[in-house]
Design a protein around this ligand. Sequence first.
Ligand code: NAI
Length: 355
Amino acid sequence: MEVFDMREFDGHELVLFGHDAATGLRAIIAIHSTVLGPAAGGCRLWPYATTTEAVADVLRLSRGMSYKNAMAGLPFGGGKAVIIGDAPAVKTPELFAAFGRMVDSLRGRYVTAEDVGTTTADMAHVARVTQYVSGLGRSPGEAGGDPAPKTALGVFLGIKAAVKFRLGRSDLSGLTVAVQGAGGVGYHLCGMLAAAGAQLKVADVLPRAVERVCDEFKATPVAPVHVLESQADVLAPCALGAILNSRSIARLRVPVVAGAANNQLARDADGEALRAADILYAPDYVINAGGIISVSREYYGGTEAQVIEDIQGIPARLTEVFERARRENRTTNEVADQIARERLGRAPVSQRLVA
Ligand code: NAI
């Protein structure tokens, strides 16, 4: 595996492979950048088929965290961890303690938290052996706890900013929002949208997740295979990554795409297809920063009220990206990447490729 030559490598500062014989831990920690602070990003537990797949994922996610943290103005660099394994089979308190020792060996260059496949309870085992962990339980009024409702709040405010920019409307009353995925983030987002007077079309592969939002928020169910072609004012992807590709973009019937899912564009070039179709795309890592804002306030010590206040900055940052993209006749994802890279002191992507 030629790690240094991988497309995802992008000048990572450090990649650490860890193994613990007693617990069977196989983990990789990637630190993309510590220019703006300790590299922060969650720990994903996933049954990767090959080590190459795990390395590519951790590098891609780690770079994404650099961009997200830089755009959100947080005192964090970008990093990520993956544990290779199948959640129910490998999960033990000892496994997470072994992972915690690996995190601790970096003496604060990397701060971990929960991600896909890991929970607040798992992070409590990590916290037994290292202080470099966030996303733990919290007392009332303190920052922290489950980041999903905070991510949902940022996405809700971001949708309002996108609607204002693209449709010239300052409220969501009577508009239709199609939501793909009614999980941790999607459920809370549906609640906020319904309270703002939006009509909801919701799809989830879990029937009970859809039933809950239909019962509580009068949403209309949509089959998961059809949600991307829903006629609506906004599409809010809150399930999977890479859902925006040349085939799906041709079928979209919305003027705005704004949702929580990470890595929504299958390729950077798909941003151009959205622009050509006059669809405003809210770059995912700008709109979904509410969760990491919460993690940051928790890690450095802050209150729930400060988290909510910080999240109010998301719509302004999005609008700055939208305006610059319109002015410069470029895609919103390109503009966001450029702003993030400037903040990280890195060359624009085109210069990097030439060098
Ligand atoms: P979750 O796992 O709680 O919810 C995802 C939901 O999507 C589940 O209910 C699942 O059944 C559904 N789903 C899966 N495949 C689907 C499909 N093909 N069609 C329709 N529904 C499908 O995850 P969570 O936490 O709500 O996150 C949602 C997205 O937002 C993910 O991409 C995540 O990476 C991203 N995100 C989440 C953050 C957080 O604070 N939880 C922070 C930033 C990004």
